[in-house]
Design a binder for this molecule. Structure first.
Ligand code: GDP
Ligand code: MG
Length: 209
């Protein structure tokens, strides 16, 4: 425990997020209201489902797919206390049928621009290969639309220790950020999962946090 600006905050413990699947929706208008929502976005196969499972410490909460590009709906999770987490469809899966790809952008943009209570967008970038041009386009789009976002680099365990410093710099620079602005995580090896849980709780409960 410690005090920040006169308020008592818990810094040590970060238990799993109490995530519970609520519904899949095709459009933002079909979603129930929320007090505060965190949206998770990233290219297909970036490790989004694995990260959501790790945050909740559950194996099968969000489907971990070896066939990318199959989650094409807005998947809403309850995160407790009237707060929610949105699992957005993965972008940039080249083998998806054209019609399917064509619906992604309007669906995601409609959600991001229309969702009341959306606090922050977590953009997942693959630590080994990111950011891709589509990741950069997404970040630029979020910035242009004045949406608060944070970048998280996934699959930290896949980058060899000797290459990590260089990759950290390249990835952050590619995103237009400082090295310290990108949190590196691994769902497989539980790297920085506790840290991310704490940050998510803060974003969802602290106005302006
Ligand atoms: N090595 C490693 N592999 C991961 C990690 N997270 C996810 N993966 C693998 O990456 C693939 C895609 O993961 P998934 O969570 O389904 O990605 P999504 O398409 O973004 O939801 C799967 O084969 C996962 O097992 C990680 O932290 N480390
Ligand atoms: Mg997934």
């Amino acid at each position: 425990m410690g005090t920040v600006a006169g308020r008592l905050v818990t810094v040590a413990a970060a238990p799993p997020l109490p995530l519970r699947f609520v519904m899949s929706a095709r459009r933002v208008g079909d979603l129930p209201p929320t007090n505060a929502e965190l949206a998770v976005v990233g290219r297909s196969n970036v490790g989004k489902s694995s990260l959501i499972n790790a945050l909740a410490n559950r194996n099968q909460l969000a489907k971990v797919s070896k066939t990318p590009g199959r989650t094409q709906l807005l998947n809403l999770f309850d995160a407790g206390g009237g707060t929610t987490l949105m699992d957005l469809p993965g972008y940039g899966f080249a083998n998806a049928p054209k019609q399917v790809r064509a619906t992604w952008a309007p669906m995601i943009e409609g959600y991001l621009l229309g969702r009341e209570g959306l606090r922050v967008v977590l953009v997942l970038v693959d630590a080994e290969v990111g950011p891709t041009p589509l990741d950069v386009t997404t970040l630029e789009w979020l910035e242009a639309n004045d949406l608060a976002f944070r970048v998280v680099a996934t699959k930290h365990d896949k980058v060899r220790p000797a290459k990590r410093d260089k990759r950290r710099r390249e990835l952050a620079e590619g995103c237009g950020l400082a090295v310290g602005d990108v949190l590196w995580v691994s769902a497989s090896k539980q790297v920085n999962i506790v840290e991310l849980r704490g940050r998510i709780r803060a974003w969802l409960t602290d106005p302006g946090g």
